[in-house]
Design a protein around this ligand. Structure first.
Ligand code: ADP
Ligand code: MG
Ligand code: MG
Length: 489
């Protein structure tokens, strides 16, 4: 199977995650790693293997374990509680902001001039407004990501994902894996499996999809998962659709945007029909990046979905609320108050906002050129690998400024967060490494309402991602990070 055992550096023998004094042997770690790899294979903690060209298309072909950390990462209980308590507040905030069409259109008006993708989304949003289209059943499956800044000891939000929030399936499994590892080896490692919180992300998201399906109230309708043509993270998605079917009896279909354009239409009563199936809920695991819209075909499909009566997860308005530009606008003084009445909630939300600036602020642009290492420059993109760091920030700012036109409006500036690093044992492709790492905590939130009735508004599990501290970006699918879970301290 793996080459893991022979590749464990011997310094690891002295690695004591739980702080015990006992020195653990190489043989001990070989056994733990091997057990964890077997567990992953047996429990579906897997992704498509890049080296197999069919692995992104055909389920059951060319699988490899998802990259993971061998043991969970310590997190003080206070940050955990704070992040969990924020989930229902962000769920509600997204809903409220989504209803303020002028706020969305105005906030993004400069961005759209220079960012075609955001412009296209706004165009669909505008078309729905002109039709006076109302979304009465609204479903959000979000993930709010955080890092703890070592200098200030503050928990800061990195971003809020409102579309294609990934890893509810595999994230749930990693917590199970860690509890299993600690169940067997916890004493030697000095770690107690009871400190790894349960991670119900997959069951809660499946429940929310099932409840949305019930609210739509068409017993023969299906949930449609919008997917990319090739998807190596398909098992994370299949976990969700499998639980949806096994536990709730709701069937799903998987379609690309191109297939939806070719096989879909909307009936006069608003029903979306794709490939002969009435669709009650559309769950997007594609459509968040310009790459998912190579031609007008895909945009037609997005418009078709939006104009139907199906519940969209997300609607175009929810999608727009998740843009980085809106995150930055919400951080401006007095803006949160427009959407949130409860003062304690406003304070709790604001507390997790890091510094966020639009680039029409000359002073901050000058500061960022002077000290680029303290900032991250972010375009309106999702999926990892798009941000600009370090001296590249300065170069990009100079270039955009010299170009003169509105280029700066495509970006926002964010205060760079510096989490404390720790030593972790990362396993990728059956090979383990000890690395200096930093972690990002994602908290899932599910929100479902039908008109005035809020049916679900809850925190729905979590995702810990751990990456080598020298790497700027954090995506697991993008190859920067590994899946992890939380060890509460
Ligand atoms: P995406 O939507 O592409 O995931 P993010 O805003 O989450 O965009 O940025 C991607 C990654 O970049 C994050 O997972 C994190 O590792 C890193 N990152 C983003 N913002 C910051 C920040 N302010 N400070 C430090 N790292 C950041
Ligand atoms: Mg994102
Ligand atoms: Mg992110």
């Amino acid at each position: 199977m793996s080459r893991a055992p022979s590749s464990i550096p011997s310094q690891l023998a002295a690695w004591k995650p739980g702080g015990s004094d006992e020195v653990l042997s190489d043989e001990f770690f070989e056994k733990v790693v091997s057990d964890a790899l077997v567990w992953s294979a047996l429990h579906g903690l897997v992704v498509g293997d890049r080296s197999n060209s069919r692995s992104g298309k055909v389920p059951g072909v060319g699988m490899v374990h998802a990259p993971f950390a061998l043991t969970p990462t310590p997190l003080p209980m206070s940050y955990w509680r704070q992040a969990c308590e924020l989930a229902p507040l962000f769920n509600e905030l997204v809903d409220r902001v989504s209803l303020d069409a002028d706020f969305l259109q105005n906030s993004l008006s400069r961005t759209k001039k220079v960012d075609e993708f955001t412009g296209r989304l706004l165009e669909i949003h505008l078309q729905m407004l002109s039709l006076d289209k109302k979304e009465e059943i609204r479903l959000g499956l979000h993930r709010s990501d955080y890092m703890v800044d070592s200098e200030t000891d503050m928990l800061y939000q990195i971003e809020l994902n409102t579309i294609s929030s990934s890893f509810p399936g595999l994230g749930s499994l990693v917590a199970d894996l860690h509890r299993n590892v600690l169940g067997h080896y916890g004493q030697d490692l000095g770690l107690d499996s009871r400190n790894v919180p349960e991670n119900p992300a997959v069951s809660q998201f499946a429940k929310a999809l099932a409840n949305a399906w019930s609210e739509y109230n068409a017993s023969s309708a299906v949930v449609m998962v919008v997917v990319q043509g090739e998807e190596r993270n398909m098992y994370d998605q299949y976990w969700l659709s499998t639980v949806l079917k096994d536990k709730h009896g709701v069937a799903s279909i998987r379609k690309t945007l191109a297939e939806i354009d070719a096989q879909g239409h909307v009936l006069p009563d608003g029903t979306l029909v794709v490939d002969g199936h009435s669709v009650s809920v559309v769950y997007f695991r594609a459509g968040y990046t310009p790459n998912d819209y190579p031609s007008e075909t895909e945009w037609r499909a997005r418009l078709l979905i939006e104009s139907s009566s199906a519940v969209k997860c997300p609607s175009i308005a929810y999608h727009l609320v998740g843009t980085k530009k809106i995150q930055q606008e919400l951080a401006k003084p007095d803006i949160l108050e427009r959407f949130v009445e409860n003062k304690d909630h406003v304070a709790a939300l604001r507390k997790c906002f890091a510094g966020l600036w639009s680039l029409d602020n000359d002073e901050i642009v000058r500061t960022a050129m002077d000290k680029p290492e303290l900032f991250v420059l972010k375009p309106q993109r999702e999926g990892g690998g798009n941000n600009i760091y370090g001296t590249d920030v300065r170069e990009m700012l100079i270039k955009l400024r010299n170009e003169g036109n509105d280029g700066l409006a495509a970006y926002i500036l964010m205060q760079r967060i510096f989490p404390k690093d720790s030593l972790s044992y990362l396993i990728r492709d059956g090979i383990s490494h000890t690395e200096k790492t930093i972690s990002e905590l994602g908290i899932y939130g599910a929100y479902l309402r039908n008109k005035d009735k809020v049916i679900i508004n809850e925190q729905s599990g979590y995702l810990m991602r751990t990456k080598v501290s020298s790497s700027n970006e954090g995506g697991v699918a993008a190859g920067f990070a590994v899946l992890d879970s939380v060890y509460l301290t």
